[in-house]
Structures are given as structure tokens and as C-alpha cells.
Design a protein around this ligand. Structure first.
Ligand code: IMP
Length: 179
């Protein structure tokens, strides 16, 4: 795909990402053996990762989604996190696996985790496809990380730039045209 503005340079190939998701799936399957987790995707960015991950989990599980907004638009964080769409199920006494596309400042997961902890789940674990630890503003316990990356703005595999490029089958670094 050729972007109409800016440039996208491949960072993680489709094969690499899919292979890593299979590995994560095996590890999470082992760790949750005998449990019936609620797998909670944070919309919109996690939908591609989530679809591949749940199919790599050999567990009896339920799927649910929560929609939060943390970015005002383009590539700048507003620092504010709003819950736009809440869960359609109760998580009290359940083992919850939160599925995130990327952990950047950590503000989104920090807030979501606190909201969910108030609902008294049996446990909460977090899996993210990508992690940018150099940008962290609050600490969050991330249990499973697909790939740790440098401080780049990335798109593809569900991640967007102002709503675009979620359908790229790989992860690429987005650079605005002016660079
Ligand atoms: P945090 O609250 O700063 O950790 O941001 C998490 C959310 O910001 C992610 O779920 C993404 O939606 C978005 N985000 C952070 N970094 C990127 C990026 O490099 N590309 C696309 N979206 C990003």
C-alpha cells in the first residue's frame, strides 16, 4: 500500500508477527490451563491481533471488547483516556486477559486495569503485540509482549494513523512527509 501522505517503512513482516503470535498463544494456553478466561480486546487497535491470538489459544474462552480513546488524532497523545464502550459481560470472579495493540505511555492500560480491578476479577493479565518502553509515563504490569520496539510511530496489523493503515498485513514505521 502506498500512503497518500508520508512514508511507511516495513519494521516487522507478516510472517514474523504471525509466528510470534503462535508462540504467545502456546505460552498463554499453558499459563491458563484449566481456566476459562475472558479475553478482552481493546478496540479498535487490537482487533487484528486479537483475531489471530484467540485462534492460537487452545482454551475454553469468552471474547469481549472495550473501546477506549487515548489519542486526539494523528500521532500526538492527549494524555486523557475515555471509555467509549464498556464490556457486555460481568468479570467478577473471572480470569481476564486484556489484549492491547501497543503499550506506549501506559496511560490507557493503567486506567483500564484500575476500572477492571474495581469489578473484582479473579485475575488480570495483559498481552500486547508491541511495547514501546522508552515512552512509558506510568508503570503497568505487562505479562506478555510480542515485540519490544524503539520509539517509532508504527502502523499496520490493526494500528492506525488517524484511522488509516489498520489493514496493512505487516507493521511499518510511519513518517510524515515533511521528514
Ligand atoms: P498509551 O495509553 O500511551 O499506552 O497508548 C496506547 C494507545 O495509543 C494504543 O492502544 C494505540 O491505539 C495508540 N498508539 C500508541 N502508539 C502508537 C503507534 O505507534 N501507532 C499507532 N497507535 C499508537
Amino acid at each position: 500500500m502506498i500512503p497518500t501522505t508520508g512514508r511507511i517503512d516495513p519494521l516487522l513482516s507478516e510472517e514474523l508477527v504471525r509466528g510470534r503470535i503462535q508462540e504467545l498463544g502456546r505460552q498463554i494456553t499453558q499459563d491458563f490451563e484449566g481456566k476459562r478466561p475472558v479475553v478482552l480486546g481493546l478496540m479498535n487497535g487490537s482487533f487484528v491481533f486479537m483475531a489471530d491470538l484467540v485462534r492460537a489459544l487452545d482454551l475454553e474462552l469468552e471474547v469481549t471488547f472495550m473501546r477506549v480513546a487515548s489519542y486526539g488524532g494523528k500521532t500526538v497523545t492527549t494524555g486523557e483516556v475515555k471509555i467509549l464502550h464498556d464490556l457486555d459481560c460481568t468479570i467478577q470472579g473471572r480470569h481476564v486477559l486484556i489484549v492491547e495493540d501497543i503499550v506506549d505511555t501506559g496511560l490507557t492500560l493503567h486506567k483500564v486495569r484500575n476500572v477492571l480491578l474495581d469489578r473484582q476479577p479473579a485475575s488480570i493479565r495483559i498481552v500486547t503485540l508491541l511495547d514501546k518502553p522508552s515512552r512509558r509515563r506510568v508503570e503497568v504490569p505487562v505479562d506478555y509482549v510480542g515485540f519490544t520496539i524503539e520509539d517509532h510511530f508504527v502502523v499496520g496489523f490493526g494500528l492506525d494513523m488517524d484511522g488509516k493503515y489498520r489493514n496493512l498485513p505487516y507493521v511499518g514505521i510511519y513518517s510524515p512527509e515533511s521528514l
